[in-house]
Ligand binder design. Structure first.
Ligand code: NDP
Length: 486
């Protein structure tokens, strides 16, 4: 598996600081490894503290000067529309880069680039439609609540959807008039740097565009602790998110966090079982399970449990695992050897806890492939039901009553996503209202829609990406009162 070649890939990438390409001041680089082959892919400049300081200075100067925030919202929208068009024109280059850098099947990568362009189109339109209120106050005069750009925006992105998650932050931040400092994950910085080039070509002012790959524990930490940063939007692990809240607290930076999940897929005995069985395996195994929205806990009503498990295992076994550049592949490799090992360790934990491997995933190479695993004889209090595995491992748990399903779904520190499969309208209303999660779908396996708010309850995060809710996250409200008395 993973027979892709690395000879056509750009051999090195520079940082983008103040709109200019530069190597890092220390000359340090990151060697990227292709997940499908385990071989060297390309080399990327790795920022050090001096580089991050320069990015912070450029972004701060840009905000103070106000080139971008004083550009009319309509014109900012036009620039973002050019970004969308350029992404579509270059979609194959972006898709191949994502496939080779992150291991996504090429069909998925094409879908992601298209979705990234959709995000820029949406926020291009949103730029001049996000306005304040005129408030009927008691005093004689006019009271206006306006929205202003929040300021220097630190955007920190994980490796699982490197381009798409970057666009969820970059597009609304720019639509609202903010300069950005984008820090991609060290494993997958390439498409963020390519996006930086597109932003500049589309006409975002150079000092507003900073794309700064570098180690999270040093330059990431520096970024989120710096008092020049007004807004932090972070996607990644819950434990990192807690550290970000603590480190940024003295600066009162506005913080949005999109963190982990352990989402439930609840299947009732009145569901269209055939549809549920066909759709649900990819709701956990897509992106080889490396998805914060993965429905990794299946709660299935006892009357249809055996039938569901048999069908689910059969469908999961059919998923095509292989070279991500092959058009037929549905599941590519995991992003790294370390990430695959986490899933293998959890399978051992499941054995120790007494679960049964109804389907046992197999690791293969070269590269970091792992086929799907399905666990039965699982209880909701086991570690495999409570902890985020972030790999291709599904746990299936039986339940008897609607109340029991709701209780189990809520018995989790997380609350990001989820699905309910039922033919009963009243039940779908009751259950979606009762489950404490930011996003939930009825008779659908998808979580994210560009036009709708996305984010988590509980330890899954703070704030909302996408939809008009994201525009609130990148602005401050200012109330202005004009007295009638001159
Ligand atoms: P991490 O939290 O390890 O890293 C995420 C990003 O933060 C990376 O760019 C990383 O840099 C950086 N970082 C790490 N430490 C710090 C720090 N102290 N200060 C500032 N930045 C830091 O998460 P992963 O990359 O491992 O991503 C997987 C996790 O992300 C999963 O738990 C998943 O659930 C979650 N996730 C949540 C989503 C959501 O929308 N809720 C969506 C996607 C993923 P570096 O790469 O250099 O370490």
């Amino acid at each position: 598996m993973g027979a892709s070649t690395s000879d056509t890939f750009q051999s090195s990438f520079d940082l983008i600081i103040g709109g200019e390409h530069r190597s890092s001041s220390s000359g340090s680089t990151i060697d990227l490894i292709e997940p499908a082959t385990g071989e060297f892919l390309t080399s990327v400049s790795q920022a050090d503290t001096e580089d991050m300081d320069a990015a912070l200075s450029f972004a701060t100067q840009e905000f103070e000067r106000g080139t971008w925030r004083r550009t009319s919202a309509t014109e900012r929208g036009r620039v973002l529309l050019r970004v969308a068009n350029l992404l579509r024109e270059r979609s194959e280059a972006f898709a191949v880069a994502e496939t080779r850098g992150a291991g996504h099947p090429i069909g998925n990568s094409r879908w992601e680039v298209n979705a990234a362009a959709d995000v820029f189109e949406y926020f291009a339109g949103a730029a001049n439609k996000h306005y304040g209120d005129v408030i009927p106050v008691q005093d004689a005069g006019l009271d206006v609540a306006t929205r202003e750009p929040v300021g220097v925006s630190a955007l920190i992105v994980p490796w699982n959807f490197p381009l798409l998650i970057a666009t969820w932050k970059v597009a609304p931040a720019l639509a609202c008039g903010n300069p950005i400092i984008l820090k991609p994950a060290s494993l997958t910085p390439v498409t963020a740097l390519m996006l930086g080039d597109v932003l500049l070509e589309a006409g975002v002012p150079p000092h507003a565009v900073n794309v700064v790959p570098g180690p999270g524990r040093s330059v990431g930490q520096q970024l989120i602790s710096d008092p020049r940063v007004n807004k932090i939007s972070f996607t990644g692990e819950t434990v990192t998110g807690v550290g970000i809240l603590q480190s940024s607290a003295p600066n009162f930076a506005r913080v949005s966090l999109e963190l982990g999940g352990k989402s439930a897929c609840i299947v009732f005995d009145d569901a269209d079982l055939e549809r549920a069985i066909a759709a649900t395996p990819l709701s956990v195994f897509d992106n080889t399970g490396q998805d914060c929205c993965a429905r990794s806990r299946f709660l299935v009503q006892r009357g249809v449990y055996d039938e569901f498990v048999a069908g689910f295992v059969e469908e999961s076994r059919k998923l095509v695992v292989g070279d991500p550049l092959s058009e037929d592949t549905q599941l590519g490799p995991m992003v790294s050897s370390a990430q695959r090992q986490v899933s293998l360790d959890y399978l051992d934990i499941a054995d120790t806890e007494g679960a049964t491997r109804a389907l046992s995933g197999e690791a293969s190479g070269p590269g970091w492939y792992l086929s799907p695993s399905v666990l039965t004889d699982v209880r909701n209090d086991m570690r495999v039901s409570q902890e985020e595995i972030f790999g291709p491992v599904a746990a299936i748990i039986p339940f008897d009553t609607e109340d029991e399903a709701i209780e189990m779904a809520n018995d989790s520190r997380y609350g990001l996503s989820g699905s309910v499969w039922t033919g009963n309208l009243g039940r779908s209303i009751r259950v979606t209202r009762a489950v404490r999660t930011g996003v939930i779908s009825v008779n659908s396996a998808r979580s994210v829609r560009t036009e709708a708010p996305f984010g988590g309850f509980k330890a899954s995060g703070i704030g909302r990406a996408l939809g008009m809710a994201a525009m609130d996250d990148y602005t401050e409200v200012k109330n202005i009162f004009f007295s009638e008395e001159v």
